[in-house]
Design a binder for this molecule. Structure first.
Ligand SMILES: Cc1ncc(COP(=O)(O)O)c(C=O)c1O
Length: 338
């Protein structure tokens, strides 16, 4: 239930301090991998990256390509869809990386509204804006670690209209909806492995796609167009072997990290916070954030304070996005180190 204050006569659960989601049990495995790398001569394009991509694809259910960060993966995907001079739809309630990636690729960005229930793209406003602006490509962002509640309707609509749909999955590792993982609903998904994310390699990113042409493009783009006779005008967005090694142990440990967060949410937070994001049947969140719609004493603040249409000074009214920016808070939820 959203939009209503609840007054509960109990103390809030003790806040968890921020902690990088790294399990100390993985230290030996990491050190062994790094030692092998230090003693060898392949510090890029090696077995660690291959293993990382195989492990990620196994979890995601579709092929995965490692990148230096989310932004590199986004640049590669946007290049494939050749968005320069075209319109890209983007939710305003997101990190500015999402619209900026499209702007930097030469696209015009039009913002659409979110739902209050899930903070993610609204199907109704999506269709309104798509009919008006005729986008070539659209972003949807899985805010907070759950999957956008309107993802099926938006993906179906995009398929019938020939609009490429890219999922910003920066928050969504570990999530699923009836077994379908983020990035597998649209044409591609983009994950971030930045230092605060659910799992991390310090810096890093992953693009996933079931489209073999797009996958080939991503592999070539991240390496200056190698493998395409330099027809693809890529740059250097490679993931080196050291971070890929960290990525292997992190993606293997991820189900346990997310399982812990899901149990903490279910057993400790859900009974306490009634005025919160409520997941539909069959959906599992990766719980990058635990979001409530009431002011709380111990909070890590908002997911985003300022909507992107305000940051970029766009004259558009997005009432749910503005409501969300004022009326949600995050409860600390971090995988603790022993
Ligand atoms: C929703 C969203 N998109 C994109 C990004 C950018 O990710 P990166 O820092 O890996 O480029 C972030 C990261 O913080 C994010 O939260």
């Amino acid at each position: 239930m959203i939009g209503e204050r609840t007054t509960l006569d109990v103390t809030h659960p003790s806040p968890l301090p921020f902690s990088v989601a790294f399990d100390p049990r993985d230290e030996d495995d990491i050190m062994r991998r790094w030692r092998t790398l230090l003693r060898g001569n392949q510090w890029s394009h090696g077995e660690q990256l291959q293993e990382f991509e195989v492990e990620w694809a196994a979890w995601n259910g579709i092929p995965a390509v490692g990148f230096d960060n989310w932004a590199g993966a986004a640049a590669a995907v946007l290049d494939f869809f050749d968005v320069a001079g075209k319109t890209v739809l983007c939710p305003s309630n997101t990190f500015l990386a999402t619209p900026r990636s499209a702007m930097n690729a030469g696209a015009r960005v039009e913002f659409y509204d979110c739902n209050r229930e899930d903070l993610c793209g609204s199907f109704t406003d999506f269709v309104e804006k798509a009919e008006r602006f005729k986008p070539a490509l659209a972003y949807i962002v899985h805010i907070g670690g759950h999957i956008a509640f309107d993802i099926h309707r938006i993906a179906d609509y995009c398929r019938t209209r020939g609009i490429a749909l890219i999922e910003d999955c920066a928050h969504a590792v570990g999530a699923d909806w009836d077994g379908v993982r983020p990035g597998a609903f649209g044409d591609a998904g983009l994950f971030s492995l930045y230092a605060t994310k659910t799992i991390s390699t310090g810096e890093g990113g992953v693009a996933v796609t079931a489209n073999p042409d797009l996958e080939r493009h991503l592999r070539s783009y991240r390496d200056y167009g190698r493998g395409s006779h330099y027809r693809i005008q890529g740059m250097n967005h490679r993931l080196d072997e050291f971070r890929a090694a960290l990525g292997v142990v992190q993606i293997r440990r991820m189900p346990e990290i997310v399982g812990w967060k899901q149990a903490y949410a279910r057993e400790t937070l859900d009974p306490h916070y009634r005025n919160r994001v409520e997941l539909p049947a069959g959906m599992g969140s990766g719980y990058y954030k635990y979001i409530v719609f009431e002011e709380i004493p111990q909070t890590t603040g908002k997911v985003y304070e300022l909507p992107c249409h305000k940051i970029f000074g766009c004259d558009v009214e997005l009432s749910n996005t503005e409501w969300i920016s004022k009326n949600h808070w995050c409860v600390p939820i971090y995988y603790p180190k022993p």
